[in-house]
Design a protein around this ligand. Structure first.
Ligand SMILES: Cc1ncc(C[n+]2csc(CCOP(=O)(O)OP(=O)(O)O)c2C)c(N)n1
Length: 291
């Protein structure tokens, strides 16, 4: 189909929007009824995960140990369900594991575990550490003369962690232009709005002061996210962070913009409603609810 949006094909964008909605459906099915699960911060990342895993990243699901693969680190590791969803959709994680999230010793733990789950690059979830790991990886890749990129997804609440800023300074100091940070700016923490829990104003200005290029995007717009990822890969000499404005719980009416579903429990009625909404979003012929 002809395209009006930034030179990208409309059907390709629509397909990624559907994928994002499908990923949210996997997340809801992983959480199930009566179990706690990080719905909000997973759903805010769905378009970003779809754009990364299904377009932007050099990642072959049939060769996940390829030394030249791009690395994705989920520093806000509590949102790992969206990463599991993408890896299920790509066939890296068997669908049969979906209903077994958080079982003792199982493949899919509540936070990312590189020793248990194929496709996971690092153990993360103690907030603030992912960027440090990413900087180390990017330095090692550069020493090895590999062209792979490193993507590190952080939360806006997570930016309160000091170690993250040490890593930001190091990335700029070493001129690491193959590392891209992505801040999921959904403005809600675990217990309430980020501005009430720990005010972090002027996020872009802070990153710039630490020597990074910054881009700000609507994190639920597939073309905007893809364009930002393209632009970040074209910026040389300094790292780039994409600050993505998102909605916590996006795509599920009762969970949107609410701290209650940061790690909430779904009732049967909520579970059924969430699945109905997400399936309707996938069936919609046009952009519709933006998945
Ligand atoms: C060092 C550390 N302190 C506290 C926590 C508990 N915790 C888990 S999620 C969370 C809130 C994170 O907020 P944000 O980064 O904005 O993530 P999002 O809203 O996108 O889920 C907190 C404080 C943690 N995982 N690690």
């Amino acid at each position: 189909m002809a395209d009006a949006r930034n030179g990208r094909r409309t059907d390709d964008i629509r397909s990624l929007e559907r994928t994002a909605s499908k990923l949210r459906e996997h997340v809801v099915r992983m959480i199930g009824v009566g179990k706690a699960g990080h719905l909000g911060g997973s759903c805010s990342l769905a378009e970003i995960a779809a754009a990364l895993y299904f377009r932007a990243m050099r990642f072959d699901p049939k060769n996940i140990a390829d030394p030249d693969r791009d690395r994705l680190l989920l520093s806000k590791g509590h949102s790992v369900l969206i990463q599991y969803a993408a890896l299920i959709e790509l066939g890296v994680i068997p669908l049969a594991e979906r209903e077994k999230v958080k079982t003792l010793g199982g493949m899919l733990q509540g936070h990312p575990d590189m020793d248990k789950t194929p496709g996971i690059e690092a153990v993360t979830g103690s907030l603030g550490q992912g960027l440090s790991i990413g900087v180390g990886m990017a330095l090692a890749l550069r020493l090895d003369r590999r062209g792979a990129r490193v993507f590190v997804i952080m939360g806006d609440g997570e930016l309160a962690e000091g170690q993250l800023w040490e890593a930001a300074m190091a990335a700029a100091r070493f001129g690491l232009d193959r590392i891209t940070g992505i801040v999921d700016r959904n403005r809600i923490q675990a217990t309430g709005p980020t501005r009430e829990v720990f005010e972090i104003p002027q996020i872009e200005e802070k990153w710039r002061a630490f020597g990074w290029n910054t881009l700000t995007v609507d994190g639920h717009s597939i073309p905007a996210v893809l364009d930002a990822l393209d632009r970040a890969s074209g910026m040389h000499g300094a790292p780039t962070v994409i600050v993505a404005d998102t909605v916590k719980g996006k795509g599920i009416s009762f969970a949107e913009d609410t701290a209650a579903f940061h790690n909430g429990i779904l009732t049967q009625g909520q579970y059924d409603l969430a699945l109905a909404e997400l399936q309707a979003a996938q069936a919609a012929p046009e952009e519709g609810r933006s998945a």
